[in-house]
Design a protein around this ligand. Structure first.
Ligand SMILES: [Zn+2]
Length: 298
């Protein structure tokens, strides 16, 4: 009987016996340690996969639990390999399962490896070649196609690539010289342009980050055209202004700011003009009548 309770009998001596278990001559794990002298511990073990019993040939499902004899049988480097020896519950046969997955005896594992094709996927490795059901004519046709492709496409392509490569690698010195010369010329132009840009920016106090437009023939011509067009428009507008009489309406229509200041004076000018016209008309009438104007006028 395992020492479940803490009853200390009268003849128990702590110094002599050490513990209640040793006083009763029992292991701390009780009945599970009954084969501990053979290195076997009885543990509860659950089947990790479906198996077929080797003795009665019955199917035993994954997850069925047994009181298994657990024993260390070796090492994989520093990892211990345990074996679990179970007694079939349907017959009296024993089977043994080890933590080394290759080893199982007394039963066989049901083949339940993941099969992608069964689960709606595609097999990644097709190691078992289906060489036995290949149509020889189809194979011949395929190989002829491959040969033709090799001869007509791949070989010429490779040859042209090799030609190009040879051309590039034939005289590296002259090629490098050519490239460097070209680069130097480019750089000269670029530096000069940069200088001119800086001058322009300095003159007009533009921000240094502002990018100036490229100066080529087309852009210059466009700018010139725009300038001419704007000038023509301005001139025609001025001509039109000159031709129109400076009446009150024309002034109000052209410049809004001047209307209020000049409307009174312009109306005065108009009235003056009307008066003068009136007077000249009267004078001419008087000349026709002959010297009686002043009396009539009063
Ligand atoms: Zn069995």
């Amino acid at each position: 009987m395992q020492g479940f309770n803490k009853y200390y009998p009268p003849d128990y001596d702590g110094e002599k016996h050490g513990s209640l278990n040793s006083y009763r001559g029992k292991h701390a794990l009780g009945d599970r340690a009954r084969k501990i002298d053979q290195g076997i511990l009885i543990t509860r073990f659950e089947l990790p996969f479906n198996i077929w019993c080797g003795t009665c040939n019955n199917h035993i499902g994954m997850g069925v639990r047994y009181n298994a004899e657990k024993k260390k049988i070796g090492n994989y480097y520093s990892t211990p390999i345990f074996s679990f020896r179970c007694k079939c519950h349907l017959c009296s046969g024993w089977f043994e399962i080890q933590t080394d997955p290759k080893a199982i005896s007394g039963a066989r594992q049901k083949d339940e490896e993941w099969n992608p094709e069964e689960n709606g996927g595609f097999a990644i490795h097709d190691t078992d070649g289906k060489a036995e059901n290949v149509d020889p004519l189809a194979a011949l046709e395929k190989s002829t196609d491959a040969q033709n492709h090799h001869k007509n496409v791949q070989v010429p392509r490779l040859e042209s690539l090799m030609d190009v490569s040879e051309q590039y690698n034939a005289d590296p010195y002259s090629l490098s010289r050519k490239v460097r010369k070209h680069f130097r010329q480019d750089k000269k132009v670029r530096v000069e342009k940069e200088k001119a840009d800086i001058q322009v920016r300095d003159r007009y106090a533009l921000p240094t980050t502002l990018k100036l437009a490229e100066e080529d023939e087309k852009a210059l011509q466009e700018a010139k055209d725009q300038w001419h067009k704007a000038r023509q428009e301005k001139l025609s507008l001025e001509n039109r202004r000159r031709k129109l009489p400076p009446t009150a309406t024309s002034i109000t229509s052209i410049s809004g700011s001047r209307t209020h200041a000049s409307s009174s004076s312009s109306s005065g000018v108009a009235s003056l003009r009307a008066k003068i016209l009136n007077n000249t008309a009267k004078q001419s009438a008087r000349h026709k009548l002959g010297g009686i104007g002043p009396q009539l006028e009063r």
